[in-house]
Design a protein around this ligand. Structure first.
Ligand SMILES: *Cc1c(COP(=O)(O)O)cnc(C)c1O
Length: 231
């Protein structure tokens, strides 16, 4: 087993537990999603051996290869990257979750393509919190109408919101930005049954937990810096 991955998983779990306590979040209320994009199946196996069960991948073709290699393991697979409509079938057929939903056309394709023998696909709506042209996601003000437009899609289960905020320097700045997500989620919860706030990465995990995240997506702190040249 890769002991550095094992140690990193242990350390992140401790940090999550500490933040849950510090910010009066319920014990075990924050799920760790290990982001394994660009990492080989062996690294996922090492994290699995350390007790990790939920893994996030961004690139569908890369992910499907690893899902095949690790088909013998009871892993919950999350697609967290933007999705082109010609790749929806793989996500509908091979994943348990999709975190980056922001277009009705993609939702309709996933709904149609979700195999009947599988449970509905869990989805999160990606919010473009900082109004960045380069980022996917819908505007906070459009979230309610968008979620309402998905209600008839019975093979999808809308679980909540997801965000990739722009980097901020201090914990307090991170918190102030992510508080907007907490408020939006609370507002939408008056109308829809939402139980997931997918926010927090290596650099803002603690602020995200302070502001109500239920799922942190951590890559670098578990697997080390990514090498995009050799995925
Ligand atoms: C890569 C990625 C992560 C993990 O980021 P780290 O900074 O490596 O923890 C989380 N969420 C999304 C959507 C990503 O693409």
């Amino acid at each position: 087993m890769d002991t550095s991955i094992q140690a990193a998983i242990g350390s992140i779990r401790q940090q999550i537990a500490k933040a849950e306590q510090e910010f009066e979040r319920g014990e075990g209320s924050v799920t760790l999603l290990a982001v394994s994009k660009t990492r080989p199946a062996e690294d996922i196996q090492a994290a699995f051996d350390a007790g990790q069960r939920c893994f996030g991948e961004n690139y569908v073709d890369e992910a499907v290869k690893k899902i095949d290699q690790l088909a013998h393991l009871p892993i919950e697979w999350h697609c967290i990257g933007p999705l082109q409509s010609n790749k929806t079938r793989h996500v509908a057929g091979r994943f348990d979750w999709f975190h980056a939903l922001d277009r009705l056309k993609i939702a309709e394709r996933l709904n149609t393509q979700r195999p009947a023998e599988l449970a509905p696909l869990n989805v999160c709506i990606q919010i473009n919190l900082d109004d960045e042209a380069s980022k996917s996601g819908i505007q906070p003000a459009d979230a309610e109408d968008f979620i309402a437009s998905l209600q008839h899609l019975e093979r999808l289960k809308v679980r909540g919101l997801m965000v990739i905020p722009k980097p901020r320097d201090t914990f307090e700045e991170q918190r102030a930005a992510l508080a907007q997500m907490r408020e939006l989620q609370q507002r939408l919860s008056a109308r829809f049954a939402l139980d997931t706030l997918s926010m927090g990465m290596t650099d803002d995990m603690r602020a995200a937990i302070a502001e109500g995240s239920t799922m942190v997506r951590v890559g670098t702190a578990i697997f080390g810096a990514r090498n995009y040249a050799t995925p």
